[in-house]
Design a protein around this ligand. Structure first.
Ligand code: UN1
Length: 499
């Protein structure tokens, strides 16, 4: 683990060995709350490194697929126990490299832990189907089969949770893995791989290669030996991954952008709704694909809601996520912060009313990191770019509405469909919104964030491509069905023949 006094150079993990890249080149990983803090040096890998990792995974697959699923699961169970032991250090490393506050990085590690225990349990289930055959003395069933080498490409906002949602189900199903983490959070990725190594994952079953999207990501999407690609990131990059993988007919699972709405009706518990909007909008500095970046409020309670929401946003303590009082950390990078600042300008130019925030924080300690004020635009019109495009930062658009139907139309008016929520005391309104908001996740009287690992996670429209991760849906991504017919009649029985 990196310490403040000694900077470690970390390597790739290929075929059970920690190896430097053949490029001889590296990149730096710095703390977004304090860029003077150099966390570590990581490998800038090449296509050759990725190919070595894919070949190792392909070789290991021939052994790993034959290990009984409950035995694979025992290793995962040990991994989960190691995460329990290491949780505090893993969380601290994650806050240092990603920026979100310690209570949230503990939550991120907890999600990885939950997923690992959960999937360890699936090793003893992994249910298939048995159905009656249409012929006598014949048995029919289908079983899950692994697919082979799985490419796992993950973002920086959930540096351990998201890799775990992909890698752990891939492994329990019997696949092997080549993992490319985001270049902003390679230490958390490496910490996770180390857990798997220490738990006894056989060599070649999990491989990790760090580096650029183009150089490392492209072969992961195109190499003939890869059978599954699971990607979480922007819709723009997801489309590139999807197109690159298409000629090889790989199974592609994509989890992309969001522009999630919270609807607040005139009978809502406003205090609860304000709490939800603060957490949903500014938790993780707004850098969740589930973030509540739009709040649509009934005109009868609009003023009152807005006053309370703005007051609460103003009172949020921004700072280094390792400080116990901090409630909101920095943006993850200068680039990300620039995007936030561009959208603030776009919102102003479009005529939205800046109700609070809107500035980069640069005074004193803030000057060393990528900090921005929690920002609320009021009186936003649904056609404005700030109400339609994913910002991935601490910027929330508040939009007035006159009815539930109008709120649902606004909710559905964006290209994304990940998560949505309604605050109301009226069960009829709650159910109507649940049915009619076209998203993969829906909440009643809770914000748009906070999905649990044993339910399917994913979205509609340009958020995804029809698959879901987490829950047993994850098994569907990382396995395919084999249907088996066993004829014990001792004679030729011909199906689909009229007699
Ligand atoms: C993401 O932002 O990509 O539901 C994942 C949530 C978290 C996961 C978010 N459990 O907000």
């Amino acid at each position: 683990m990196a310490t403040a006094t000694r900077v470690t150079t970390y390597t790739n993990y290929i075929d059970g060995e920690w190896r430097p890249s053949t490029s001889g080149q590296t990149f730096e990983n710095r703390n977004p709350a304090n860029t003077d803090d150099l966390i570590g040096i990581f490998q800038k890998s090449t296509r050759a490194d990725v190919e070595a990792a894919i070949s190792a995974a392909a070789r290991a697959y021939e052994r790993w697929r034959l290990v009984p699923a409950p035995k694979r699961a025992e290793i995962l169970f040990r991994a989960a126990q190691l995460i329990v032991e290491r949780k505090e250090n893993l969380s601290r490393d994650m806050t240092r490299e990603m920026g979100k506050v310690l209570s949230e990085t503990r939550g991120d590690v907890q999600e990885a832990l939950d997923m690992t225990f959960y999937m360890a349990g699936e090793g003893r289930r992994m249910f298939g189907q048995t159905v009656p055959s249409e012929l006598p003395n014949k048995f029919a069933m289908s079983v899950r089969q692994p697919l082979g080498v799985s490419s796992i490409i993950t973002p920086w906002n959930f540096p351990m949770a998201i890799p775990s949602w992909k890698i752990i189900p891939a492994l329990v199903c019997g696949n092997t893995v080549v993992f490319k983490p985001a270049s902003q959070t390679p230490l958390s990725a490496l910490n996770f791989v180390k857990v798997l190594e220490d738990a006894g994952i056989p060599r070649g079953v999990v491989n990790m290669v760090t580096g650029d999207g183009d150089e490392v990501g492209t072969p992961l999407a195109t190499d003939a030996q890869v059978r599954v690609v699971s990607f979480t990131g922007s819709t723009h990059v997801g489309r590139i991954v999807n197109q690159a993988a298409a000629p090889g007919f790989k199974k592609v699972h994509l989890e992309m952008g969001g522009k999630n709405v919270i609807i607040i009706m005139d009978d809502a518990d406003l205090e609860l709704a304000v709490d939800g909007c603060i957490w949903g909008g500014f938790g993780t500095t707004g850098q969740r694909c589930t973030a509540a970046s739009r709040v649509v409020v009934h005109e009868h309670v609009y003023r009152s809601f807005l006053d309370q929401f703005v007051a609460r946003a103003k009172s949020l303590v921004v700072g280094d996520g390792l400080e116990p009082d901090t409630q909101m950390g920095p943006s993850n990078s200068e680039n990300q912060l620039q995007t936030v600042m561009e959208y603030v300008q776009i919102g102003r130019d479009e005529g939205a009313r800046l109700a609070t925030g809107g500035r980069r924080l640069e005074q004193g300690e803030f000057g060393r990191g990528y900090f921005h004020e929690p920002t609320i635009f009021a009186d936003v019109h649904p056609h404005m770019r700030i109400a339609r495009e994913e910002i991935f930062g601490p910027v929330v658009s508040v939009i007035p509405c006159k009815s539930l139907n109008e709120a649902i139309d606004i909710g559905n008016s964006v290209e994304y469909g990940l998560s949505a929520s309604i605050y109301t005391q009226n069960i009829n309104q709650a159910f109507a919104a649940m049915r009619d908001l076209y998203t993969g996740i829906f909440y009643v009287n809770a914000p748009t964030i906070g999905a649990e690992v044993h339910l399917p996670f994913g979205g509609t429209k340009n958020t995804g491509n029809g698959h879901r991760e987490a829950g047993t849906a994850a098994l569907d991504v990382f396995s395919e069905w084999k249907s088996i017919y066993i004829d014990f009649s001792g004679k030729l029985q011909r199906a689909q023949i009229d007699t």
